[in-house]
Structures are given as structure tokens and as C-alpha cells.
Design a protein around this ligand. Structure first.
Ligand code: BTN
Length: 247
């Protein structure tokens, strides 16, 4: 992972660029990094603010031989790798399933996994990682100021982005190889569970347009969130199907 890095000053979106490269046979492990994104994209069609030199905006191209339904596992690997990298530079964050990293209840990182393939064949995956590294409050769009934070705001000093990128890619490689070669996601899930912002808490989730309350109790080996409702019934939520919010 990261043996080949495409580096840009400005891009519309590193995910878009990575998808374009992947469609042109660019191989597994290629990383796309931009100093700034003019059309950074978030989950659920949202935009992602990506000001110049203030954050880490990068995407990893992957071509694993897994079922498309297993893409959620790769998202857990990415969340665990980012959590570990940020932890190694001295900040203890929490992972908010499926793919947010939060600090003091505010979002510092999001992961956007996109795939191309057919029903039972995956062509490639692009894992986009956005980290609010060195942003000040005024770098965030007004409407998300109360909801987002940066490592710099919490640490009171700038973080070395290059170092953090290196750590995240190393962690990602280690945890991803576990998944690909040993068919094991245990290490990643352990990190996601132990540092979860949701597990053990009552959460509110939107399930098929309906709001429900339940307790988050675990993350499965498939990367699903396991919840228990008021009647004691246990169910699993597939990533992408719901949005979860701590009460
Ligand atoms: C989310 O939480 O909604 C996911 C945000 C993902 C943002 C990253 S920044 C690098 C990559 N390129 C994009 O356009 N989006 C992802």
C-alpha cells in the first residue's frame, strides 16, 4: 500500500481521481493525495470541506478478491488503521461506526468507500479518507462548526501530516493483509469495538426511513453493527443502510 503515490496540489476529489485511475488498470495499493479538493465528497451525497494544506485528503485503490458484500469489512479496516495512526501521534479518538472518527463528540475524520463491480464480482474499491488535521474553527463551513473539529484544535498544535499519512498507510497495510491473506478481520474489529463511540450506548437510528432507538452492543465479523431493541431483540445493521447518532 502506498508504494505508488499520485500527489496533486488541487483535485476535484481524490476518490474521483482514484476511480479514474482504477478504471485504467492502476493497481492495488496505489494512493492518491491532494493538498486541496474543490469537490470533496462525503457519504450520502454530502460535500466534504477540504481546504488547502489543512487536512489529509487521500484515497487508496484496492482490488481484493472478495464479494461486493464484504466491502464493509474494508471500511472497518480503514477506520481501525486511521484510529491507530492518530493514536500513534498522541490523540485518542473514538470510532463511530461505520466510518467516522470523533474526538470529544465532534467529527475529525470520515471514510468514503466506493466500489465498482457487478452483483457478485468486485472490480475495485476506492477507500477515501478525509482527516481534519490542521484546520482552525474558521476553516470549517459555518453549518458544521459545532459538529466538526480538527486534531490541531484538540491538541493545540499542528500535526505533521506526512508522518500521519505514513502511519495510517502502514497500519492499513498490516490490517488489510490480515483480511486478504488470513481472511481475518479480528484485529480491526477489536480496535473498532474497544474504541467505539457507540457500543454500550443507546443510539438512535434511521431504519428504512423510520427512527428507532436501540442499544449498540457489538460489531460483527462482517462489519455490521449489532443492536438490541427495547424488546430485547437483536439485529445486525449493514453499513450504509442506516445513520446512527449517539443520544
Ligand atoms: C464522510 O464522512 O461523509 C466521508 C468523507 C470522506 C472524505 C474523503 S476526503 C478524500 C476522499 N475524497 C473525497 O472526495 N472524499 C474522501
Amino acid at each position: 500500500i502506498g508504494r505508488e503515490i499520485f500527489y496533486f496540489d488541487t483535485l476535484d476529489s481524490t476518490n474521483l481521481k482514484a476511480k479514474e485511475l482504477a478504471a485504467n488498470e492502476q493497481k492495488e495499493g496505489t494512493v492518491v493525495i491532494a493538498e486541496e479538493q474543490t469537490n470533496g465528497r462525503g457519504r450520502l451525497g454530502r460535500s466534504w470541506s477540504s481546504p488547502k494544506k489543512k487536512g489529509i485528503w487521500m484515497s487508496i485503490i484496492l482490488t481484493p478478491e472478495i464479494e461486493p458484500t464484504d466491502a464493509a469489512k474494508v471500511t472497518q479496516v480503514a477506520a481501525a488503521a486511521v484510529w491507530k495512526g492518530i493514536n500513534e501521534v498522541g490523540v485518542k479518538t473514538q470510532i463511530k461506526w461505520p466510518n467516522d472518527i470523533v474526538l470529544n463528540g465532534k467529527k475529525v475524520c470520515g471514510v468514503l468507500t466506493e466500489m465498482s463491480g457487478e452483483l457478485n464480482r468486485l472490480n475495485y474499491l476506492v477507500v477515501g479518507i478525509g482527516i481534519n488535521a490542521n484546520m482552525s474553527d474558521e476553516d470549517f463551513p459555518e453549518e458544521i462548526r459545532g459538529l466538526a473539529t480538527s486534531l490541531k484544535i484538540e491538541l493545540n498544535k499542528e500535526v505533521e501530516r506526512k508522518e500521519l499519512i505514513g502511519r495510517i498507510l502502514n497500519n492499513f497495510e498490516e490490517l488489510y493483509e490480515e483480511l486478504i491473506h488470513n481472511n481475518s478481520i479480528d484485529k480491526s474489529i477489536k480496535i473498532c469495538v474497544e474504541n467505539s463511540a457507540l457500543i454500550g450506548k443507546d443510539v438512535r437510528l434511521i431504519l428504512k426511513g423510520k427512527e428507532e432507538e436501540a442499544k449498540a452492543i457489538d460489531i460483527s465479523k462482517e462489519g455490521e453493527l449489532i443492536i438490541q431493541d427495547k424488546n430485547g431483540d437483536i439485529s445486525k445493521i449493514i453499513s450504509g443502510e442506516v445513520s446512527v447518532r449517539g443520544l
